[in-house]
Design a protein around this ligand. Structure first.
Ligand code: ADP
Ligand code: CDP
Length: 219
């Protein structure tokens, strides 16, 4: 298989981990489009911009050099040559990223860059919120990964706090629910578009999800 696999879904549905594994097994490239929105958010904060100043943030975005690794064994992103892979995963960025993702001029800039990366030689697994619908609606395989909110919150709590106890669940719930609600005002990633296969991962292990995706690609 050397085509394009497009995957969307809400936070904690398993997009990044599953898509990386699928790309590695199939020898494809991997694109984390969320990292691009996070990188612009990091740069806007770093430059001291008002995140709600949409024209200023869009102008910044258009001027940034984003260096993105599409190697699923070593994903990473740099902004104007500065490695930001760690800094873009902090709670501060997760809290602020929706303000940038709802900026339609930033979206236009990043969507164009994503299409160019996808169009490069070799197949790719690209994941985000609008890949199956806007960025690559002609992809060979289009998937929506879902999981009920409790499952997604428990996964993120374990990832961020190393436990899914009451306190960790409470803190994570606030973050995930707020971000999903804001994000879904611009992109509908909760309902599958026509021709998109929905895979509910709530009751599946990570390995089960990966092998189901590989089966779907094989069909
Ligand atoms: P997303 O990119 O959609 O936000 P991630 O791939 O980052 O989701 O997954 C969130 C967390 O859940 C990660 O720690 C990941 O290892 C874990 N995870 C992914 N899929 C499953 C699954 N099916 N069951 C349990 N945990 C999972
Ligand atoms: O990993 P997680 O699902 O928590 O988030 P992410 O994939 O890193 O995406 C971070 C943020 O970028 C999301 O909350 C959206 O606001 C935005 N995003 C988007 O708008 N469109 C995409 N294709 C990907 C991400």
């Amino acid at each position: 298989f050397r085509g394009v696999i497009a995957v969307d879904g809400p936070s904690g549905s398993g997009k990044s981990s599953v898509c990386r594994a699928v790309a590695r097994r199939l020898g494809l490239r991997y694109l984390d489009t969320g990292a691009m929105y996070r990188a612009v958010t990091w740069a806007a904060i770093d430059r001291g911009l008002d995140l709600d100043d949409q024209p200023a943030v869009a102008a910044l975005s258009r001027g940034l050099t984003l260096g993105i690794s599409t190697d699923p064994a070593a994903p990473g992103i740099a902004v104007d040559g500065v490695d930001v892979d760690g800094p873009i995963r902090t709670p501060k960025i997760s809290e602020s990223v929706s303000a940038i993702a709802t900026n339609l001029d930033v979206r236009a800039d990043l969507i164009a860059r994503q299409r160019a990366i996808i169009a490069d030689d070799g197949g790719i697994v690209a994941e985000g919120r609008d890949i199956t619908t806007v960025v690559a609606p002609d992809a060979d395989v289009r998937l929506l990964l879902t999981a009920d909110e409790n499952a997604r919150i428990a996964r993120r709590a374990r990832e961020l706090h190393g436990t899914a106890d009451q306190e960790a669940l409470k803190a994570t719930h606030a973050q995930i629910a707020t971000r999903d609600a804001r994000d879904s005002t611009v992109v509908d990633f909760l309902v599958a578009a026509d021709g998109v296969v929905t895979l509910d991962t709530s009751a599946l292990t990570f390995e089960q999800v990966v092998s189901t995706v590989l089966q779907i690609v094989d069909e």
